[in-house]
Design a protein around this ligand. Structure first.
Ligand SMILES: CC(C)(COP(=O)(O)OP(=O)(O)OC[C@H]1O[C@@H](n2cnc3c(N)ncnc32)[C@H](O)[C@@H]1OP(=O)(O)O)[C@@H](O)C(=O)NCCC(=O)NCCS
Length: 149
């Protein structure tokens, strides 16, 4: 179990969090992805349930999880899809991602949603390490994609 950082506030994401989230994402990816985030926020804010969260330490956003409920044929209630999550590099291994996913799990349970899904690159050992710890199990759905010219 990761050493838990004290005084972390986990709260639902607001539209005004976009700049803080983008800053963390830039630290993770080195990419400017404002367009992606604006689109994500459009689809997430005011959606069926508010299931995106941020983690704050001393009034600064240090982590986030963006998720949405989606229809899946084999689930009556739909499933919650994690679109992206990230923790500021200076705040990792202190339980922040675990708490963000915990907050997501709580709200999903309270709404009768029985499953949380996330797509993971097979080489992404960081994320797989986290998911293994939190009892996520590899599902049977395989991703097929077509590269376009
Ligand atoms: C993956 C990520 C979100 C984890 O955040 P975090 O706050 O450090 O995770 P936690 O502290 O809650 O980790 C809990 C447990 O998960 C596992 N874990 C977390 N990061 C891990 C890593 N890099 N490698 C292996 N296991 C890891 C560990 O078991 C850890 O417990 P421990 O610290 O006691 O060993 C963070 O490293 C990150 O933002 N990575 C870059 C972005 C990314 O990969 N996003 C996912 C794509 S959508």
């Amino acid at each position: 179990m990761a050493a838990q950082i004290k005084d972390v506030l986990i709260r639902q994401m607001k539209e005004t969090d976009i700049d803080s989230i983008l800053d963390i994402d830039k630290k993770i990816s080195g990419l400017e992805r404002a367009f992606t985030y604006e689109n994500l926020f459009d689809s997430l804010i005011g959606g069926e349930i508010a299931c995106s969260f941020v983690a704050e330490v001393e009034d600064h956003v240090v982590g986030f999880i963006l998720a949405s409920v989606t229809y899946v044929p084999e689930e009556v209630t739909g499933a919650c899809m994690i679109q992206i999550l990230g923790v500021h590099p200076g705040y990792r291994r202190q339980g922040i991602a675990s708490r963000l996913i915990g907050a997501l799990a709580d709200i999903c349970s309270s709404k009768g949603i029985r499953e949380i899904r996330v797509m993971v690159d097979q080489h992404d050992t960081n994320l797989q390490g986290l998911l293994d710890t939190l009892d996520f199990r590899r599902g049977s759905i395989v991703n097929y994609s077509l590269a376009l010219p």
